[in-house]
Design a protein around this ligand. Structure first.
Ligand SMILES: Cc1cc2nc3c(=O)[nH]c(=O)nc-3n(C[C@H](O)[C@H](O)[C@H](O)COP(=O)(O)OP(=O)(O)OC[C@H]3O[C@@H](n4cnc5c(N)ncnc54)[C@H](O)[C@@H]3O)c2cc1C
Length: 276
């Protein structure tokens, strides 16, 4: 029997309800639309959606026939997707909140978010996701940059009040620092690193943390996501410290000098792999 064709992923056609600049590199977008009423359950605090971009010059109305577009359009006009964490979802109020890093004029999602205004259309697919902080684990470490902040912030909000741990967030500028809500026993450290070439910066901070004794998947949980080369260095530290693999959620969320398409394709090659 021939394989049945893959079911197209549903597209939610939403509009921008509000935009808020949270810092020089971060903008909050609240998207709204009837189709959020059945947005999938969000057990994961790293749940993500795919924002879909189709060349406006084609004059098409969403939802798009992606299979047909992929078949018919030349390479440089192909639809593009970009991944964003669900910072918050309110199905009753039909509100999906995304916090998007703005990083200049290159790419699709960053520049789009930077200029988004109320009423703009956004096409979203998903959610997917996999991590949630374990309430029975006593000590948590979160490490990442602004791209991982939405997942880290959502995770901190989900932790029981008695949780202990450390949060390390690398930012480029002092002005990028934000207020975060976390359990009293979780220390939030903002680390300003203006030197983007120093990819070991976050890893050094992870190494310098006062790690608890007797690391096991029952006692610690680590969430480390962000720029690929930086996260690779963090992985080296976690390995040397013998943090059990099962206690770790780790991945590159983006790669400097690569578009998301190139970066995702490289995940299947040695350069894109975060070693186990
Ligand atoms: C599971 C998952 C969840 C994610 N959640 C979020 C999130 O909630 N918020 C968020 O902002 N990002 C998040 N990201 C990262 C985001 O998908 C990438 O940053 C993506 O490349 C942005 O697309 P773009 O179109 O703006 O730039 P692209 O077209 O992909 O890239 C263009 C250029 O911009 C650079 N660039 C891309 N991202 C950044 C960045 N963050 N800082 C500096 N330069 C960059 C690239 O290196 C490239 O040179 C997530 C990624 C994953 C895999």
């Amino acid at each position: 029997m021939p394989p049945s064709p893959r079911k197209p992923r549903p597209q939610r056609v939403l509009t921008v309800q509000s935009t808020e600049r949270l810092g020089p590199h971060l903008v909050r977008l609240v998207l709204t639309g009837e189709s959020l009423a059945d947005f999938g359950a969000q057990e994961s605090t790293d749940a993500y959606v795919k924002l879909l971009f189709v060349d406006p010059a084609l004059g098409l109305e969403p939802p798009f026939d992606l299979a047909e577009l992929r078949e018919s359009l030349p390479g440089d006009q192909q639809p593009v997707t970009r991944t964003y964490t669900v910072r918050a979802i309110d199905r009753d109020a039909l509100r999906l909140t995304l916090d998007v890093v703005t990083h200049g004029d290159t790419g699709y999602a960053g520049p789009w978010a930077q200029q988004a205004t109320v009423g703009d259309v956004a096409v979203v697919m998903g959610p997917g996701g996999g991590y949630a902080p374990r309430a029975d684990v006593g000590w948590h470490l979160f490490a990442g940059d602004l791209s991982a902040l939405p997942a880290i912030a959502a995770s901190l909000e989900a932790l029981p009040a008695e949780t202990k741990g450390v949060v390390l967030i690398e930012v480029e500028l002092e002005e990028d620092v934000l207020e975060l809500t976390a359990p009293v026993g979780v220390e939030v450290r903002w680390l300003v690193n203006p030197d983007i070439a120093d990819v070991e910066f976050l890893a050094r901070a992870v190494d310098a943390v006062a790690w608890p004794q007797g690391l096991s998947e029952e006692t610690v949980q680590v969430f480390a996501h962000g720029e690929r080369e930086s996260i690779k260095c963090v992985r080296v530290v976690l390995k040397r410290r013998e943090v059990p693999r099962a206690a770790i959620s780790i991945s590159g969320y983006w790669a400097r000098g690569r578009t998301e398409d190139a970066f995702q394709a490289e995940k299947k090659t040695p350069i894109g792999t975060i070693e186990d």
